[in-house]
Design a protein around this ligand. Structure first.
Ligand code: DAH
Length: 340
């Protein structure tokens, strides 16, 4: 019996390395540990052995040894199979950086920042202001009382609660005067809303950049100087400006500021409607009633204000022909500004 046990042990140990797949492993398991296997045979043979205890112990040891070895081999095979699968899978390179589409700044953002940078250098602060405002800020504080015909120029979106979407950045003038008092230099870019039918030149949502300067002895010369300096920097050329009279209830006198057309050099072309000038920025000397409403001493201070059409400026600067492109969310047109 002892010899038979030793023999089985040897034969199993010899076979073990050749068990390289599940099938052969299972075949050996059945041959040794199965109901009719070698171990079962040995157990049956116990009947004829005198020292049953020792023989039984030896059989049991062999059984445990075989079970343990088969189990370990099974695990080895399983992990080898996983490794083989990983090795044969599509090549993966952990150090490779995938090519990613990077976003870009919106052209309005680019234009805003450029104008901001110029005014910041000239001592203006940049103010942030709400998009939802009251009738007072948007109209009344700006010398546009209820039923004033000037309201017709700005077709307004009113909210159910009586507030409205600001139709121009001038809506912040009153709050900013009250916040800082005089002297004051501030610009405030913002989104504006008007109930316009949209076409290539009109949008219901657009951006303006308002500016105010209030101090002692501020005159139209100061207004011209600041506008000319800013526009020359933004357009990278020495722009010429001209003022034409324009009516806005919150300025007196009020102007339309034009710049000379670069495309034709002033001779007249389709872009400037043959005038040689491009209308760019309404502006004027702040009306005393508006200053007073903002708590400014009109005996001591005067000031100018302007409402630059940022969306318009971006169209001119970047040659965008259709205003609707700005709100389109179309990556095809907007991603062109990556390299600017
Ligand atoms: N708020 C005016 C508009 O959107 C533009 C404007 C005109 C602003 C004259 C000003 C100004 O500050 O002085 O129609």
């Amino acid at each position: 019996m002892k010899e038979r046990i030793e023999e089985l042990k040897r034969s199993f140990t010899e076979k073990l390395p050749s068990l390289t797949d599940k099938e052969s492993l299972e075949a050996v398991r059945i041959a040794y540990l199965g109901k009719k296997g070698y171990i079962a045979e040995l157990m049956k043979g116990l009947r004829d052995v005198s020292d049953k205890k020792t023989a039984g112990q030896l059989i049991n040891d062999l059984k445990n040894e075989i079970e343990g070895a088969l189990g370990a081999r099974d695990e080895e095979l399983a992990s080898a199979a996983i490794e083989a699968q990983i090795r044969s899978a599509k090549k993966y390179n952990p150090t490779l950086i995938p090519e990613r589409e990077l976003g870009s700044y919106h052209p309005i953002t680019l234009a805003t920042r450029e104008v901001e940078a110029v005014f910041e250098r000239m001592g203006f602060t940049i103010e942030n202001y709400a998009e939802i405002v009251g009738d007072y800020e948007c109209f009344e504080a700006l010398n546009i009382p209820k039923h004033h015909p000037a309201r017709d120029m700005q077709d307004t979106y009113y909210l159910d609660n009586g507030q409205l979407l600001k139709t121009h950045t001038s809506a912040a003038q009153n709050s900013i005067m009250k916040k800082y008092g005089a002297p004051l230099r501030a610009i405030f870019p913002g989104r504006c809303f008007r109930n316009e039918s949209t076409d290539a030149c009109h949008e219901n949502t657009f951006f303006q950049m308002e500016g105010m300067m209030i101090d002692e002895n501020i005159s139209i010369s100061n207004l011209i100087y600041f506008m000319k300096t800013m526009l020359s920097e933004v357009f990278n050329r020495d722009v010429k400006v001209r003022l034409r009279p324009g009516f806005f209830p919150f300025v007196e006198p009020g102007f339309e500021l034009d710049i000379n057309c670069e495309i034709c050099g002033g001779d007249g072309c389709p872009s400037c409607k043959n005038s040689g000038w491009l209308e760019l920025c309404p502006c004027g000397m702040i009306h005393p009633a508006v200053l007073r409403e903002g708590g400014i001493d009109t005996e001591k201070y005067t000031g100018f204000a302007f409402g630059l059409g940022l969306t318009r400026l971006a169209m001119m600067k970047y040659g965008v022909k259709d205003i609707r492109d700005f709100n389109s969310g179309s990556l095809k047109s907007l991603s062109q500004f990556k390299s600017i």
